[in-house]
Structure formats: C-alpha cells, structure tokens
Design a protein around this ligand. Sequence first.
Ligand SMILES: Nc1ncnc2c1ncn2[C@@H]1O[C@H](COP(=O)(O)OP(=O)(O)OP(=O)(O)O)[C@@H](O)[C@H]1O
Ligand SMILES: [Mg+2]
Length: 248
Amino acid sequence: MIELERVTVIYNRGTLDEKVALKNVDLLVEEGQFVVIVGANGAGKSTLMKVVVGEVKPTFGVCRIMGQVLKEEKIFKCGSIVCQDPNLGIFPNLSIEENLMLARKKGFRGLSFGRVDPKAIELLRSCELGLEENLKKRASKLSGGQKQALAMVMAVSSNPKLLLLDEHTASLDPKSTEKIMELTDRINKTLGTTILMITHDMSIAEQYGDTVIVMEDGRIVARIDKSKQKVQASQLKSMIKSKLTATT
Ligand SMILES: Nc1ncnc2c1ncn2[C@@H]1O[C@H](COP(=O)(O)OP(=O)(O)OP(=O)(O)O)[C@@H](O)[C@H]1O
Ligand SMILES: [Mg+2]
C-alpha cells in the first residue's frame, strides 16, 4: 500500500537553513494495516506523512502508493488526512448534513451537493455524540470532539484506501479522545482503511494499532509488531525521553 525506499528529505537545501528532516527512511505499510508513529518534536513524523500525501517530494529516494509514484492529485483521491485542528476538517458555515454531502463528492469536478450516505449516518451514530440527531445544525456550533468526529466521517465518506491522522486527538479532552480513537479503530476494522497515525499520547500508542513506529532525528529507530511483541506506554516514553536527553 505504502512503500518508502531510502527516502531523504532536505528542507531549504543548499542554504543556511538547510534541515535534513528524513534520512534514508525505508517503510512498508500493507493494505489494511493500522500503523502508529511516535517520536519527539522534530523527529520527522509529519514530514513522513507529507511525503506519503505528495505534499513534500523526497530529495532522494522514492515513495510508492499502491505500487506507483502518484501525483498529489491522484493521492488526494485515494487518501484522506485529518489534522490536529478540528476546524480544518470541516466547513464550519455549513450544516452537518451539507458537510457530509460535500465530503462524498470529494475528488469529483464541481462542488455540487449530493446525498448523505446512510453509511456516514451509521458511523456518526456509532460515535454516540448525538450528531446524527442534529443533521441541520451548523458545524461551527459543535464541540471540538463533535467536529473531529464529523471530520473523520467526512474523511472516509469518499471511501479512501488510506487515512492519515496527524495528532488528530491532540486538542481533545480525554472523553472525546476515547470516542475519536474508538471511531478510528472502527474505521480500520470495519471499512478496512489503511491508517497511518501520529500521536504524542503513548497510552494511545499502547492501546491502538497493530504496528508502532518510533522515529528519532529523521530515522525510524524501532518498529514494533504488536502481534509479536507487547507494547507498553512506559517503554515507549523511555525510548523517546532518551532522545530528548541526548540532544539537550
Ligand atoms: N517546511 C519546512 N521548512 C524547513 N524545515 C522544516 C519544514 N517542515 C519541517 N521542518 C523541520 O524538519 C524537522 C522535522 O519536522 P516535522 O514537522 O516532520 O517533525 P515532527 O516529528 O512532526 O514534529 P512535531 O512532533 O513537533 O510535530 C524539524 O526540525 C522541523 O523544524
Ligand atoms: Mg508533526
């Protein structure tokens, strides 16, 4: 599904601000996998995700999606991304219903309204946040957790093969975080969507996903397959802390 081969990313190459953000990264993510990426600030996690969506081009190496080097527009059609800010994944001035109609049309020419997919309503209902009962409500009036749940359902409305999550629970309270993580897991298990998720929350990394990748200074330094090895939040924390103390 995703294949990175010796990917190096150098920002501002040849200038005083030159920064090597990824160093010779090899990564293979199979279809249907749920991969969690952890690492200290600046380790290169978001850069890796930007390479996968085509937003950042590798300076060296290659990134293939479904066996091909795809243009950004193509990746846009087969993948969806949800970020930290709940306001970025929704159209705040439209109703929940209108948001869902537009999301379904993603990747097609023109932003005309379609129909709400019953599967989207079902997913909303499964979040138990009352969204399905208030379809006419303006998205700007929702809580952060409700907005993020809507953003997630919108992200999968176009049936993407790939869902990329960059700290998508970082701004949420514990209860909303739990709801959004349960939704994330349900999307992976019931829709079979391949998920690449970045988090700073080690208990989430312990609890969810089938593989944990630890990044440090532009490299993947550990890859833990949960079916073979138990992952503990404390163990992940100490792996990441050692990097922080080493650089300070
Ligand atoms: N557009 C850019 N131009 C220059 N340098 C950049 C750019 N984006 C990221 N960097 C640098 O590349 C390195 C990796 O950044 P990246 O955002 O991938 O880290 P991260 O692991 O996602 O960190 P965080 O946990 O803080 O989000 C950092 O040193 C960062 O300052
Ligand atoms: Mg980041």
